[in-house]
Design a protein around this ligand. Structure first.
Ligand code: 3NM
Ligand code: MG
Length: 522
């Protein structure tokens, strides 16, 4: 049985100046590589054979299996453990006939058709890629993306076919790659294949060892629950206690909340953020994203008015926030309204890991590719899903984050628990930007949750802080403040409601939350 965990594909042309190929291979194995593929693209047969033989001897000493790329004859000659074939190489059925029994055959797959074919051909493993873009190989097919890999993995249910991801996998995106590349049925990758991250390193032993460390962290606690640091058990009471703690923490610490939002609701969002005790920074320029990610408490990305400069900022800001393990709240406003929004949302979610995705039923249906709920512009048509609890839970599992489905009733799920909240007031629907304000409230509370979790172990976490509680707290703060605002005698309609809402957010007390929260955990 091959351990596919850390699959090294060789690439002599990427070796740093002065680095010997065999020495690099030896070091990579010392660092913990679990399987090696010898890949030679422009090498004469006799030289290839020589390299394969000498590589095999090194792998043998480490008891690590060696696979040969493409060349069944070379694999036979050196008694390799396996052969890896591309889509245009030797067909699997013929390779199978030529090779001794027990020789492993792997195939590169980029899409569902190729995967189906590989499974029916009886391959032992598939290399799914490219997961990220890469310059190591010229790609002539689209990048799959971590979410795409997750979807493909579902096809492997009920088979014994193993899977590795390949293409652009680096130490810095490994945890995200592993965490994101999981099917809704919880099928994860068996390993990752890398070329440049190890081969191009001047210290291949350390490079491999670091990758191994992340792999084992993921395996020891890589569930969606642990990676997002939400507990598996919540009660309505414990949630309210947690929310109040977060709310107080926001007021005590005044965290910076970076918001790239739309130009319709930018002022409302900033005002709501201040009222909650946080501090908004509405920066959109690419050049300042990295600096801001170091000092901010959370990032909100809202695509309401998706102009090119803001979009570029979103791509970079989310990646920087991920690198700093800061919460990322994503509001895919009106994602169903145009193909442009749909493809932009896909790119963003393939680039970074959201911690919370918030939308109304129509938006989340569009995001999930469901046609159960239609939308018009940014609004939902009709009442929503037949089974909103399951929908929210499944989408959270698919997107590997907390999902907030807003509406008359709000459903919030971390992929296991679903909090059903029924606070709010109809006047919220009669001002512009209440959904965007909800995003700001969630981001502010996620920033508070992150501060509360400071000092805790960051190992293996995609984000610091309980973003499930952050999401619930943000929604409760807004909806309860809305109820209180609507009760005021001076509020006569939407015009007077908005300033009253800001006042109520500003003066919201733990007691109001305790008394008014209508929450159920399912
Ligand atoms: N196959 P790096 S991508 C050999 O998509 C290979 O099938 C790919 O190199 C595929 O880890 C790739 O340096 C190169 O990005 C991967
Ligand atoms: Mg090939």
């Amino acid at each position: 049985m091959i351990d596919y965990s850390l699959y090294l594909v060789t690439g002599r042309e990427l070796l740093p100046q002065g680095q010997d190929y065999f020495d690099s291979l030896e070091q990579s194995l010392q660092g913990g590589v679990t399987v090696v593929q010898i890949r030679e693209k422009n090498t004469d047969t006799s030289e290839f054979l020589d390299i394969a033989l000498r590589s095999k001897a090194i792998c043998d000493r480490h008891n690590v299996p060696m696979i040969v790329n493409d060349r069944v004859d070379i694999a036979l000659a050196v008694q390799a453990s396996g052969v890896h074939v591309g889509q245009t190489d030797m067909p699997v059925s013929i390779a199978r006939k030529l090779l001794p029994r027990g020789t492993v055959i792997g195939v590169s797959c980029n899409n569902i058709q190729e995967l189906d074919k590989a499974i029916s051909d009886g391959v032992d493993y598939v290399g799914i890629g490219a997961v990220w873009s890469t310059t190591t190989k010229t790609l002539n097919k689209p990048v799959v993306g971590v979410r795409g890999v997750g979807e493909l993995l579902r096809k492997l249910d009920g088979t014994s076919v193993k899977a590795v991801g390949i293409g652009g996998i680096k130490l810095k995106n490994l945890l995200r790659t592993l965490h994101g590349s999981v099917s809704t049925t919880n099928r994860a990758l068996d390993g990752v294949a890398v070329v440049s991250e190890i081969v191009a390193s001047t210290r291949p032993r350390e490079a491999a060892a670091k990758l191994c460390e992340v792999l084992s962290t993921f395996r020891s606690g890589g569930s969606i629950i642990k990676a997002m640091r939400t507990r598996s058990e919540y009660t309505a009471g414990s949630v309210i206690d947690g929310v109040i703690q977060i709310m107080n923490c926001v007021r005590d610490h005044n965290p910076l909340v970076h918001q790239i939002t739309n130009n319709v609701s930018i002022a409302q969002s900033a005002n709501a953020t201040i009222a909650l005790g946080a501090s908004p920074i509405m920066a959109t320029t690419v050049q300042e994203m990295e600096d801001i990610s170091r000092i901010n408490g959370a990032l909100l990305v809202n695509i309401g008015t998706l102009v090119p400069t803001a979009y570029e900022g979103m791509v970079v800001a989310g990646s920087c926030a991920n690198a700093q393990k800061k919460p990322v709240v994503f509001d895919p406003v009106g994602v169903g309204a145009s193909h442009f929004r749909q493809s932009s949302v896909n790119t963003l979610l393939d680039t970074w890991q959201a911690s919370v995705i918030k939308g109304n039923a129509g938006e989340l249906a569009a995001l999930a590719g469901s046609n159960e709920v239609q939308s018009k512009g940014v609004d939902t048509i009709g009442s929503g899903f037949k089974d909103p609890v399951s929908f929210a839970r499944n989408l959270a599992r698919k997107e590997r984050c907390v999902v907030v489905m807003s509406g008359k009733i709000d459903y919030i799920s971390d992929g296991t628990n679903v909090a059903v909240l029924s606070n709010g007031h109809q006047l919220l629907g009669q001002i512009t930007g209440s959904g965007c304000i909800a995003g700001s409230c969630i981001a502010s509370h996620c920033a508070g949750a992150m501060i509360l979790a400071q000092g805790e172990d960051k190992e293996g976490k995609l984000v610091i802080g309980d973003v499930f509680l952050g999401a619930i707290g943000g929604i409760l703060a807004l909806t309860i403040s809305a109820e209180l605002a609507a009760l005021r005698e001076d509020v006569k309609g939407p015009g007077t409601f908005f300033p009253a809402l800001i006042d109520e957010l500003f003066t919201l007390t733990p007691r109001s939350i305790q008394e008014r929260a209508r929450i159920q955990i399912q």
